[in-house]
Ligand binder design. Sequence first.
Ligand code: NAD
Ligand code: UDP
Length: 344
Amino acid sequence: AINDDIVAPLPTTKSFPSVRYRNEETRKRILITGGAGFVGSHLVDKLMLDGHEVIALDNYFTGRKKNIEHWIGHPNFEMVHHDVVNPYFVEVDQIYHLASPASPPHYMYNPVKTIKTNTLGTINMLGLAKRVKATVLLASTSEVYGDPEVHPQPETYWGHVNTIGPRACYDEGKRVAESLMVAYNKQENVQIRIARIFNTFGPRMHMNDGRVVSNFIIQALQDKPITIYGNGTQTRSFQYVTDLVDGLIALMNSNYSLPVNIGNPEEHTIGQFATIIRDLIPGSTSEIINQESQQDDPQQRRPDIRRAAEQIQWRPQILMKDGLLKTIEYFRAEIDRNKRGGKP
Ligand code: NAD
Ligand code: UDP
């Protein structure tokens, strides 16, 4: 409205977490695409607490306002409802480009849209970075290694992806996104960072996320069967979300432009993992069952994180068990809240 400036602000009783004070010189303007999602919202928290100005952009496909609602109304924070498939312009210093469904059932739900998000969305963010001279960090994935024949996976491994399989929309989408980053760097001198993120878990994962950590915890808490896809000998290595966020920030603020694995090398079979989760929930009577295996399911995955240690001085700090206990508490509370019809 034309008279916006003379309208008195609504009285508010909202209190915010206290944020660090920064002067103009060290305070950055930061765009986070996918900012209302699981990882994005934890990144919003860390950068807000550190005193930066944060713009979170999301189309709410899998993200939720609830994840960032504690910042809504804060003068350093802005939430933008937007789809990265369409161009977006804003003056920023840094762009964390996380927008993309991440869980297999979500990215397979609309494969064409997943490809558009990862290709057109990345072009749009690189175009923005070029125009405003921002540094852009891509949330890439260990999925670029496909079903790997090299173990553990170093960044120098080129991968083993089925271009026409059910995971291709995501895997190939992220592979093109990496190629786009490198091309814009070479051709347009855009400053780039590429984080290859390995399986991450923690509070704020969606109840219907469908990935293994949330599935197993929710099943164990509700005494429902814990569903192993296949025989459970496939492996994964899980990192806690705050470790990932620290790694992303360290990478962004380094001057390293080649891909860097960000993950926790502690590896388990999915069969072992089912027992670990059930044992952390005393009294759970869930049985562990085997279901049909998933097509093209990577059989082993563990990051080689020597590059992260050397180039950005990062290594994970949180023990899997401690992270799982926090995540179990989160889902316990979510299940209770759902029973009360979503009321706090
Ligand atoms: P998530 O689904 O919780 O978050 C993704 C966010 O992106 C959601 O808020 C969603 O609404 C938003 N989004 C999706 N499409 C969009 C579009 N077209 N326009 C705008 N917003 C859009 O998943 P997450 O686990 O937080 O993953 C975040 C990023 O990290 C993703 O890019 C994912 O590929 C990457 N990653 C995550 C993991 C992991 O284990 N969590 C592993 C590897 C890579
Ligand atoms: N998985 C499982 N049961 C589930 C969900 C997943 O056994 O309810 C398996 C899945 O087949 C894969 C591993 O757990 O081998 C990790 O799956 P997730 O979807 O979490 O992530 P991915 O690493 O496959 O992207």
